[in-house]
Structure formats: structure tokens, C-alpha cells
Design a protein around this ligand. Structure first.
Ligand SMILES: CC(C)(COP(=O)(O)OP(=O)(O)OC[C@H]1O[C@@H](n2cnc3c(N)ncnc32)[C@H](O)[C@@H]1OP(=O)(O)O)[C@@H](O)C(=O)NCCC(=O)NCCS
Length: 166
């Protein structure tokens, strides 16, 4: 499963992944049109890639993207759901429904965490928001993310990327 950095050409695929993250429980709670029109959702991708953004895409051997993870810093007055601080990028993760359970999600997270610690990203921490009931929380916990707060019906989780995961 080849992993590569996410670039401008991946924008449409990243929107699709954002939709999967919003519809994580399999219900079609949002359409792509609704996400694009929703200023809270659009914050995660508008203008991709902006300075400081970084991400990874996982592909099949045939070059078809199957999942992505990316991170972006958002300002305090326009925060994401998993906002911790303006210098802490919040990540988004998703794998296409037919491709789950094969290790793509974990591989994407590990690659994103590596990228966070390297230049040019070089950030100390990564945050995320995971809605209550989403089993993805097990993946995050196993990677060393810890709960640092709540926002509505979601947990905010944080990882210190400089501390090796025991
Ligand atoms: C979360 C998600 C990205 C995981 O991707 P994946 O390719 O299925 O994950 P992997 O096969 O690498 O599995 C990684 C871990 O995820 C956990 N996990 C994630 N979703 C799970 C589910 N629906 N059921 C059971 N375990 C799940 C498992 O603990 C697994 O642990 P393991 O590596 O020890 O087996 C994928 O399920 C997805 O896209 N879900 C919908 C979007 C979403 O929820 N995004 C995150 C929003 S916070």
C-alpha cells in the first residue's frame, strides 16, 4: 500500500475523505454539497494546501487513493472541533468504506505522525476530535493520543509527537 504526501491535486479526494469522517457511522448525515457549504466543515480544507498544512494519501498498487490523513492549524476565532491551540494542527482521517479493516487507517496515522515531527511541518502536538461511539478512538488511543477535553458529543484528543509511544 504506497503512501505519499497529499498535494493540491488530491483536494477532491480529501473532500471525499472529510465526508467519510463526518458520516463515520455509515449514515448519510451530510452530503458533499452540505459540507462544502458549511463554514465549520470547510475550514478543514478550504484553500488546500495552505502554508503549514501537511497530509498523506494511501493508494492501491494501481494508484487509486483509498484513504487520507491531513492536519491543519486553525485560529482560535475559527477553530475546528478538536481545537487545542492555534499552533496545534488538528487532523482528519478517513478510509473509503470498502477498504477498511486492512491496516490503511493505522498506516496513514503513523505516516502523518512521522510527517508532523519532520520539517517543514515540525510541530510538537497533533489534536483531533472523535465523536462518542466512533471505534476509531481505539486506534487513536493505541497510537498514544489522550483525552484532553470535550466539545459537544465528541472527545478532543492530543498527541505529543516528540514523545515516543510506549
Ligand atoms: C477510522 C478509520 C480511518 C480506520 O481505518 P481502517 O483502515 O479501517 O483501520 P485499520 O484497518 O488500520 O485498523 C486500525 C484500528 O482501528 C480500530 N478501528 C477503527 N474502526 C473500527 C471499526 N469500525 N471497528 C473496529 N475497529 C475499528 C481497530 O482498533 C484497529 O486496530 P488494529 O490495528 O489493532 O487492528 C476507518 O474506519 C474510517 O474511515 N472510518 C470512518 C471515518 C472516521 O471515522 N474517521 C475518523 C473520524 S475521527
Amino acid at each position: 500500500m504506497p503512501l505519499r504526501p497529499a498535494i493540491a491535486r488530491d483536494t477532491d479526494f480529501l473532500w471525499r475523505v472529510l465526508l467519510e469522517a463526518y458520516n463515520w457511522n455509515g449514515e448519510q448525515r451530510f452530503t458533499l454539497e452540505q459540507l462544502v457549504a458549511d463554514p465549520y466543515a470547510a475550514r478543514y480544507l478550504v484553500g488546500w494546501p495552505r502554508r503549514g498544512d501537511f497530509g498523506v494519501v494511501d493508494e492501491t498498487d494501481a494508484g487509486e487513493p483509498v484513504g487520507a490523513a491531513w492536519a491543519r492549524c486553525l485560529p482560535e476565532d475559527e477553530p475546528g472541533y478538536g481545537f487545542v491551540a492555534p499552533d496545534v494542527p488538528e487532523l482528519t482521517l478517513g478510509v473509503l468504506p470498502g477498504q477498511r479493516g486492512r491496516g490503511h487507517g493505522r498506516a496513514l496515522m503513523e505516516a502523518l505522525i512521522r510527517a508532523a515531527g519532520e520539517r517543514p511541518a515540525s510541530v510538537d502536538r497533533l489534536s483531533l476530535s472523535v465523536e462518542d461511539g466512533n471505534p476509531a478512538v481505539r486506534l487513536y488511543t493505541s497510537l498514544g493520543f489522550t483525552r484532553v477535553g470535550r466539545n459537544g458529543g465528541s472527545e478532543t484528543m492530543l498527541l505529543d509527537v516528540r514523545t515516543p509511544n510506549p
